[in-house]
Design a protein around this ligand. Structure first.
Ligand code: NAD
Length: 501
């Protein structure tokens, strides 16, 4: 496959403000064609050590800048990414297989907003103070950056999730070493070019104009999780790891970081229920549940994969839902009329398909999609990793499809009778990330939301986020929360100081 005549895109690590080549590389595929189109550095301990050194060297200056100065630099970076939004969106779509529409309207705008949001948020932090007049003391707290932050991100929302970590980490005065997914490294590399640009050509003589992101504040090391990722997790001078990815990898990271007592934030998988009561407004619920099941090919940790529908509307829901699913077009991600792009890899596509096969073998009924309808693809996409959005009914709660995270365009729909029953069934999985509840009875919504074991509950909507508020999962879906206040707390050390007069 390396004999392709077209020049491959070759990425380089970004260390200490410079692009540095690596001694070996990994092939990266275009999921919509199955072609190798990019080579990603296969970094290991050596590269990670250099990046950590660079981050340590940059820490004293960066951590002592004022929040305002850091804020201005983050805003500048946001402007630079926004200026190149279309290029970033095209690159993200090609690299990940997601539709250009999703990349344009969700991924890249959110990456821009992540920088703007934390640029603003960092200006509003205050710490606590308390007085003890009887003993003549005043106590107060200080928050200081932790040091070099290790940031590890997954392939489903590449730049979106990476910047959700980089922005708060550097806003709080840390320096970082980031390791994006080896399958989706291109937009992180493009961002490094802007970091380099942001560091040049500014007027240093103006007191309030920042000179850009200084070298070493953000370092990006590309490569495999088992090699580059693990070297970062095991590095003694990286006291903090923010990780988004699978529960299995999080267990490994927890073990590997335990000897160093590292601070961990773990954002993991989900098996998210939608609970739809008889009195739900189906005109809102159906299109939203369609999106919550199949947006980004179902490759979002917050995607719905278990739909519980109350008996009274079950048949109507299923009929209308399946009719809508069939309208979603699968195909070339760069076609703006396409709603479902390619899955990330051949292996992942195989894994997702196997879940459907397993369900069928157990006696479940596939209502549409995989194995039932035919998938017609454009000539150029015949070798891409595509599959039709698939709805499975009559699945047992104990079945793998109802228990394990599938992370593809597959959703299960089952009936329920009572509120108590559905809460119990919704909670009977190892995960607890997100849930949606559909009802026009506010009492019901409130009772159910309160009892669900889930870090996020959306009622009568999905994916509407206020970044000020905590994001994260319960149970096997994670440890810790991120958001304005939560990220500030995670990315800083707190100290209590007592002064006696
Ligand atoms: P993954 O765990 O395989 O990989 C995530 C990252 O960890 C990658 O950069 C990978 O290279 C790295 N990694 C792998 N092994 C490592 C190791 N031993 N040490 C250090 N790093 C290692 O996950 P994925 O397949 O890339 O992403 C999909 C998963 O991410 C799904 O489970 C999904 O639910 C989850 N996810 C969660 C959230 C959330 O916010 N809760 C968001 C998006 C995705």
């Amino acid at each position: 496959t390396m004999a392709h005549s077209k020049a491959l895109l070759v990425l380089e690590n970004f260390i200490g403000g410079k692009f540095v080549p690596c001694s070996s590389y990994i092939d990266s595929y275009n999921p919509s064609t199955g072609d190798v189109y990019c080579r990603v550095p296969d970094s290991g301990k050596e590269e990670v050590d250099l990046a950590v050194e660079a981050a340590k060297a940059a820490f004293p200056v960066w951590s002592s800048k004022s929040p305002l100065e850091r804020s201005q630099i983050l805003n500048k970076l946001a402007d630079l990414i926004e200026h190149d939004l279309e290029d970033f969106a095209q690159a993200e779509s090609k690299d990940q297989g997601k539709t250009i529409t999703f990349a344009r309207t969700i991924d890249i705008p959110r990456a821009v907003y992540n920088f703007r949001f934390f640029a603003s948020s960092v200006l509003h932090h205050t710490t606590e103070c308390s007085e003890m007049t009887a003993v003549g003391c005043v106590h107060y707290t200080l928050r200081t950056p932790v040091g070099v932050a290790g940031l590890i991100s997954p392939w489903n929302l590449p730049l979106y999730l990476l910047t959700w970590k980089i922005a708060p980490a550097i806003a709080c005065g840390n320096t970082v070493v980031a390791k994006p997914s080896e399958m989706t490294s291109v937009t992180a590399w493009m961002m490094c070019k802007l970091l380099e640009k942001a560091g040049k050509g500014c007027d240093d003589s103006l007191p309030f104009f920042p000179s850009g992101v200084p070298p070493g504040v953000v370092n990006v090391v590309f490569g495999m999780g088992s090699k580059a990722g693990e070297a970062l997790v095991c590095h003694p001078d990286v006291p903090l790891i923010s990780f988004t990815g699978s529960t299995l990898t999080a267990q490994r990271i927890t073990e590997k970081s335990a000897p160093h007592c590292k601070r961990l934030s773990l954002e993991l998988g989900g098996k998210n229920p939608a609970i739809i009561f008889n009195d739900a407004d189906l005109s809102q619920c159906i299109p939203t549940t369609l999106r919550s099941s199949f947006a980004n090919q179902g490759e979002i940790c917050l995607c719905t994969s278990r739909i519980f529908v109350q008996r009274g509307i079950y048949n109507e829901f299923v009929k209308r839902f399946v009719a809508e699913v069939k309208k979603w077009k699968v195909g070339n991600p760069s076609d703006p009329t396409v709603s479902v792009g390619a899955l990330i890899s051949k292996e992942h596509l195989e894994k997702v398909r196997n879940y459907v096969k397993k369900a069928q073998a157990e006696g479940a009924r596939v209502l549409c999609g995989e194995g039932v309808d035919s998938l017609v693809l454009p000539a150029d996409n015949q070798n891409g990793y595509f599959m039709l959005p698939t709805v499975i009914a009559e699945v047992k709660d104990e079945s793998k499809c109802m228990q394990e995270e599938i992370f593809g365009p597959v959703t299960c729909v089952v009936a329920f009778d009572t509120e108590d029953e559905v809460i119990e069934r919704a909670n009977r999985v190892k995960y607890g990330l997100a849930a949606t509840v559909w009802s026009s009875n506010v009492g019901c919504v409130h009772r159910v939301a309160r009892r669900l074991q889930s870090g996020l509950v959306w009622t009568n909507c999905w994916l509407i986020r206020d970044l000020n508020l905590p994001f994260g999962g319960m149970k096997a879906s994670g440890i810790g929360r991120e958001g304005a206040k939560d990220s500030y707390e995670f990315f800083t050390e707190v100290k209590t100081i007592t002064i006696k007069h």
